[in-house]
Design a protein around this ligand. Structure first.
Ligand code: IPD
Ligand code: CA
Ligand code: CA
Length: 276
């Protein structure tokens, strides 16, 4: 399995690099006003689904651009390019993200950043690696010494309930904040200790399936903003574990104080009605 996953994700990365040479002339469509899909996203998705179906015809597949294909208990969850905006703007912070689940539980995962040449991998109960070397979360235990990442998908989709109150509350307490543009990279960076944490609203399973396994195998912690699991991935808080309770306290309090509440209907059901 490891070899197969490695083979298809690095080939997918090569495909993105070829398209990266021609971003000026790339066909780009819009799922929503600011939510883009390029011909590269579609080509990589097509390639990955094709290879997986050839090798494991009975497995289910859930990919961002082509949706769900039914199968047995095994399900491949694919984000062909996580960070399309970064990709289209010629930035290196995008990834290919693939997770394999069995009955809903992560078994294998890989996140590959083709421009940066980094491959994060994990196998359930066997740990996580970066380019073959074991990785662990950071041990920093003070917010003032910590760097966190976040994202603003919610703002992109003009959500009434958005990240700004959380951002405003957290950022002054941190050493700094980063926005790579790829949730899969953010989770992998928490896993290898480059970040102490990550939070975001309104993510989808394909944004986080691989990153979650990589992070939990590296010793990290994942919850919703209240410390439970019910609202994942509508709310995602990921951390090195040490800072988790403190971050939950801040995010949860901010949520309680915020007058606006999550709007599942607008935020969530919209996206998969695009151009599939
Ligand atoms: C996006 C990235 C980004 C996050 C957005 C996602 P896409 O995925 O993960 O970091 O902020 O919520 O939609 O659209 O580039 O695959
Ligand atoms: Ca994504
Ligand atoms: Ca994507």
């Amino acid at each position: 399995m490891k070899d197969f996953l490695r083979e298809i994700i690095t080939e997918a990365g090569r495909i993105t690099l070829a398209y990266r040479e021609q971003t000026d002339t790339l066909a780009v469509d819009r799922k929503f006003e600011k939510d883009l899909v390029t011909e590269a996203d579609l080509a990589v998705d097509r390639f990955l689904v094709g290879e997986i179906k050839k090798r494991f015809p009975d497995h289910a597949v859930y990919s961002e651009e082509y949706g769900r294909q039914a199968g047995n208990d095994y399900c491949w969850v694919i984000d062909p390019i996580d960070g399309t905006t970064s990709f289209l703007h010629g930035q290196p912070f995008y990834s290919v993200s693939i997770g394999l689940k069995k009955s809903g539980e992560g078994l294998w995962a890989a996140v590959y950043t083709p421009v940066l040449g980094e491959l994060f991998e994990a196998e359930k109960d066997r740990g996580a690696t970066l380019n073959g070397k074991p990785i662990k979360v950071s041990r920093r235990d003070r917010l003032a010494d910590s760097v966190l990442a976040t994202g603003f998908a919610c703002l992109r989709r003009e959500q009434p309930y958005n990240n700004l109150p959380f951002f405003n509350r957290l950022v002054p307490q941190l050493r700094d904040v980063r926005r790579t543009g790829s949730a899969a990279i953010d989770l992998s960076y928490v896993a290898c200790g480059r970040l102490e944490g990550f939070w975001e609203l309104y993510l989808f399973e394909y944004d986080v399936a691989a990153g979650f396994l990589i992070l939990s195998e590296a010793g990290g912690q994942i919850s919703d903003f209240s410390g439970g699991t019910r609202l994942i991935p509508q709310e995602v808080l990921a951390s090195n574990g040490t800072l988790h309770d403190e971050l939950v306290r801040i995010l949860h309090d901010t949520k309680i104080e915020s007058t606006q509440k999550p709007c599942l209907k607008n935020g969530y059901t919209q996206r998969n009605t695009g151009i599939f």
